[in-house]
Design a protein around this ligand. Structure first.
Ligand code: NDP
Length: 310
């Protein structure tokens, strides 16, 4: 039997090499090499090509080299009943926490206004900053990564809250759960961070209605997925002053097209989907652990609920 590997994000084969080192007894083939497709029992993937799953009739699991599986669930060749295992944190939480902390500081210290003043050569001494303890940062999603982000912001003195589907407890963080609590969660926030998976229930959640539930001048950080954001609603809310700025890492179309309005918007900062790349060693270790669980007929950690879509 063998395992088939494909990653659109590992051009130098570093993750593949690490997996082979951790699993010396396994045959890990690098697509397009497939040997006998019927002998392939697991696949390890990030953005596999459309024909990747053709002829892989004996797969028991697909292991995602990412936390989000929205792309994989849309893959035209993926069997609807095949179990998917995803990465859980694997060091991404720490990276993401740095990214969100950066965006929070940018908003908290009023950098969108100060950068505009600088362009105008204006000495903007009137700009005021409230204390971190009174600066409310809310995280949509309190999962493997969202939780680490919340803890880091709290450790930096911010007033942090999070919102999830099921109730959570995170020390020092105010936790809200469910649709009915969404408005109460949103009302006090100076910064809203999207750390949700992309599912039918969360697509377009960063929209006009959500923005209008925030205080005037709130700031948006989206390292979730591009399709969480209704782009025109963001542009309208910025133009109307409802929002003061946005830090965006992910986009409906990636790479962001050259003619897109976001590139030159004076209140939008963009980064090219690099908030939290999967770290090689921790990802390989987690995938190896999952493969060992599967070999023992145990449920691997990070099994995706395909009905919920995450
Ligand atoms: P998890 O699945 O661990 O956590 C998801 C969280 O969202 C959970 O708290 C879950 O609630 C909550 N949630 C899901 N659906 C809803 C809903 N309908 N209403 C309210 N809450 C909901 O995901 P991760 O933390 O591992 O990752 C989150 C996302 O971050 C990924 O899916 C990916 O899109 C993005 N990401 C982006 C990266 C980047 O570099 N830009 C890197 C890594 C991830 P509950 O706990 O109750 O289930």
């Amino acid at each position: 039997v063998s395992i088939l590997y494909y990653s659109a994000g590992d051009p130098e084969g570093r993750l593949l090499a690490k997996l082979r080192e951790l699993l010396p007894a396994e045959t890990i083939l690098a697509w397009p090499e497939r040997g006998d497709p019927a002998a392939i029992t697991q696949a390890i993937v990030w953005l596999p090509p459309d024909d990747f799953f053709d002829g892989l009739d004996n797969l028991t699991h697909v292991l995602s080299i990412a936390a989000g599986v929205d792309n994989l669930l849309l893959h035209p060749g993926l069997s609807p009943s095949l179990p998917i295992v995803r990465l859980q944190d694997a060091g991404m939480g720490e990276k993401m926490a740095e990214y969100v902390l950066y965006g929070t500081l940018h908003a908290h210290r009023q950098m969108p206004d100060l950068l505009l003043a600088q362009r105008e050569r204006r000495w903007a001494r009137e700009v005021r900053t409230r204390s971190a303890a009174k600066f409310n940062v809310g995280i949509l999603g309190a999962g493997a990564i969202g939780r680490v982000v919340a803890e880091r912001l709290h450790a930096n003195g911010y007033a942090v809250s999070c919102w999830s589907r099921s109730p959570k407890e995170v020390p020092g963080v105010t936790c809200y759960a469910g649709e009915a609590a969404l408005n109460d969660f949103l009302n006090p926030l100076q910064v809203i961070v999207c750390m949700l998976p992309l599912t039918d229930a969360t697509r377009g959640i960063l929209n006009k209605r959500l923005f209008s539930a925030l205080p005037v001048g709130a700031y948006v950080i989206n390292p979730g997925r591009g399709a969480h954001l209704v782009e025109n609603d963001l542009l309208d809310a910025l133009d109307q002053g409802q929002l003061s700025g946005a830090l965006l890492d992910v986009f409906a179309t990636e790479p962001l097209p050259a003619e897109h309005a976001f590139w030159n918007h004076e209140r939008i900062m963009i980064t090219p989907h690099l908030a939290a790349p999967s770290p090689v060693r921790q990802s390989a270790e987690q995938i190896a652990t999952s493969l060992r669980c599967i070999a023992r007929n145990e449920t691997p950690p990070g099994l995706v609920d395909r009905d919920q879509g995450y």
